[in-house]
Design a protein around this ligand. Sequence first.
Ligand code: SF4
Length: 248
Amino acid sequence: MTTAQADSDTAPNDAADPEAAKRAELKALAEQAGRDLEDASALEILQWAVDTFGKRFCVTSSMEDAVVAHLASRARPGVDVVFLDTGYHFPETIGTRDAVEAVMDVNVITLTPRQTVAEQDAEYGPKLHDRDPDLCCFLRKVKPLQEGLTRYDAWATGLRRDESETRANTPVVGWDEKRGKVKISPIARWTQDDVDAYVTEHGVLTNPLLMDGYTSVGCAPCTRRVVEGEDARAGRWAGSAKTECGLH
Ligand code: SF4
């Protein structure tokens, strides 16, 4: 067999499987950009994202703060900001979402799970978050996001390497194998001090709970205040081995 024949036997067949070809192309793009943009500023990374993906790019936000949404709106006014309303959020988080929608030049898209909390309680029993948080997160976060992201090729998150050990190797641009998307973490290299400085300089909206002992804000039943010396995410699923909701 010649080399040319071998290549044609192993390369993705674009015509036969355009989805696989697109996936391979996006993956290569993500890996190259991860190398090229490692030292770029957050704004430069987001500018690359909006220039590369246009309307097929969105920011996801937990409404802990609006830093990445603010940066992205500078790169492209009116950018889509996706928020997952699990039905278990603190009122302060919903208030932050509403304020972001009202005052920022972004297009807030709220995703909801297929079932309300009451419907989930009826099917699985009350307080699923205490008995099987992985299933609860799957139903209320992972699945809605999976469905909500189908219209995009790339999504941005606010993940930072200094938040926890599990996030220490977060690339600024990487490949989200689970979803087949480019995953962008423009503030991966930032510290909490960088975030605070950006918030102050630009008057960015933040969740009021950050002023009340919380350093990471998730669903109310699974989030507590942290004490001095704990890492920023220690208040999430405290007392259990769970550290991530399955989105990352
Ligand atoms: Fe359920 Fe808690 Fe996960 Fe929210 S964080 S979806 S309440 S398990």
